[in-house]
Design a protein around this ligand. Structure first.
Ligand SMILES: [Zn+2]
Ligand SMILES: [Zn+2]
Length: 168
């Protein structure tokens, strides 16, 4: 018997472990990354993570936090938090950029084209982010947790961007 055939038979006789792997779907995979990205957030109220994906390729990531070189809310305090501004209102009072905005800015900074990409975000984008998402050429948005901003969902519907809620 030739060596090659012999080793093949030996291998076939070895009982290989048939363990079912808990392999995530692509959607789950990118959501897990978005949730991991959110852990870097410096917002005192809500940790948000966003990733931009095209053709199963990760293009850019972002979490909510202050712009580069500017102190974070966790260091100097957040006016929205101090004034107890309700969720979804008066974004301009906070120094932080939103996760979606940071993901778009990071792509611009590194010259990555995000036209036709999909956004996976831990939370539903606000109306400010919705406008940026539309003009950045993002075509689909998946999110986990809702956010009280009906203007945003209206913008997405009007612009023809598919919005999917994943979390319960
Ligand atoms: Zn803040
Ligand atoms: Zn936003």
């Amino acid at each position: 018997m030739d060596k090659k055939k012999e080793s093949k038979e030996v291998l076939a006789a070895v009982p290989l472990p048939r363990k079912r792997m808990n392999r995530p779907s692509w959607d789950e995979y990118f959501f897990q990354i978005a949730h991991q990205v959110a852990t870097r957030s410096t917002c005192m109220r809500r940790q948000v993570g966003a990733v931009l994906v095209k053709d199963k390729r990760l293009l850019s990531t972002g979490y909510n936090g202050a712009p580069r070189g500017i102190s974070h809310c966790i260091e100097v305090g957040c006016l929205r938090d101090e004034l107890k501004v309700p969720s979804g209102e008066r974004h301009e009072l906070c120094r932080a950029l939103h996760a979606e905005q940071n993901a778009i800015a990071q792509a611009a900074l590194h010259g990555v084209k995000i036209e036709g990409s999909t956004l996976y975000c831990t939370h539903q984008p606000c109306s400010l982010c919705a406008k940026m998402i539309i003009n950045a050429g993002i075509v689909e948005v998946y999110f986990d947790e809702g956010y009280p901003d009906e203007l945003a969902t209206g913008f997405f519907a009007e612009a023809g961007i598919k919005l999917h809620k994943i979390g319960g």
